[in-house]
Design a protein around this ligand. Sequence first.
Ligand SMILES: [Zn+2]
Length: 282
Amino acid sequence: MTETETAIWSVMVYIMIACYGLLVGSFLNVVIFRVPKEESITKTRSHCMSCGYQLAWYDLIPLFSWIALKGKCRKCGQRISLQYPLIETLNAVFWVIVFYCFNGKTYFINNGVNWKFLIYFALSSILIALSVIDFRTFIIPPMFNYLILGLGIINLGLAIIPFMFNADSGKTFTDLNIYTNIIGFFAVSVPLFILYWISKGRAIGGGDIKLMAVAGLLIGWKKIVLAFIIGCIVGSVIHIARMKISKAEHILAMGPYLSVGIMVAALWGEPIINWYFGFFKK
Ligand SMILES: [Zn+2]
């Protein structure tokens, strides 16, 4: 391929990923509204919260239908929450960033696809949904933590299974670095659990502890420690600002901040950790 062709293909791939991101984002909106109410995600069709008008297929096109309707229900004119286009856009942006981080340099040049981006597509979407729900209800529904646990197990399987069927690759089991992930499960969750136990559940929520365990299994112990530090810094800065501006409740939902930490650590953890430890080597 010539350079121009490569560039055109790249742009098309990114546009396609953004479109899929918007579609899954619109599904996330359904999850965010229905899971806390324990409504079925698949049974009933999307409807207007105010008049119950069932949305036609052309009202379900993410982002564009919201813009076309100027954010109002087609039938009763009630405002449709800005949350819908925001979540859709956020999910699309995350997916584009994830794809860039995993495949940006290798995709067309080496013809190699790093399929791990699919795991991180799922992770970013799950984190968006659990963050919004935790922000609103102060609860992380267990379902989301189980999903992330599933991603962690798939991730380990992707390392172990090729190793098992490729005995003469010259790799040993320790080369797989699986212990990094196993330690990751406990690295932040155990200290938090002790804190939970001492404070009788006032200092931290059980859902946050489970989140740090399952995310640690997926991204490994160094990155989960980094994720926790980032989460605490971002959380305290934003929470203090919110309490000053709007006198927001003093209860702190940690889920959104921990999620920011997990995403940053998952995508840029290695350069950040190397940069930090670089100071000590000088
Ligand atoms: Zn309506």
